[in-house]
Design a protein around this ligand. Structure first.
Ligand code: SF4
Length: 105
């Protein structure tokens, strides 16, 4: 299991989670990626990242909202194929498009 970054992160890219992660498993390419990604093979489920996210984008695997489930495989995909992950992000929300729903509370 791992923690998952979901849609609220898109185009926000706050990096508070990166600062607190003890195993440095949260990554993105600055200037290219529109969302941060958690490496599911490296995450130790410590939960440190979840409360520091200002847009409540991070969930434990089993707590990912039903309408955000595609982000489970998307987080893993980036570590195997960055281009495919970026293409999928753009298909979920076109660049410059406002969020379809407000951030999770
Ligand atoms: Fe890093 Fe812990 Fe968050 Fe996993 S749960 S991404 S190890 S801070």
């Amino acid at each position: 299991m791992a923690y998952i970054i979901t849609s609220s992160c898109m185009d926000v890219l706050d990096t508070a989670c990166v600062e607190v992660c003890p195993v440095d498993c949260i990554h993105y390419d600055k200037g290219t990626d529109r969302i941060l990604y958690i490496d599911p093979d490296e995450c130790i489920d410590c939960a440190a990242c979840e409360p520091v996210c200002p847009v409540t984008a991070i969930f434990e695997h089993d707590s990912v909202p039903s309408n955000e489930k595609e982000y489970i495989q998307l987080n893993a995909l980036w570590f195997k194929d960055k281009l495919a992950a970026r293409k999928q992000v753009d298909s979920l929300r076109a660049p410059g498009t406002p969020p379809a729903q407000p951030p999770h509370k």
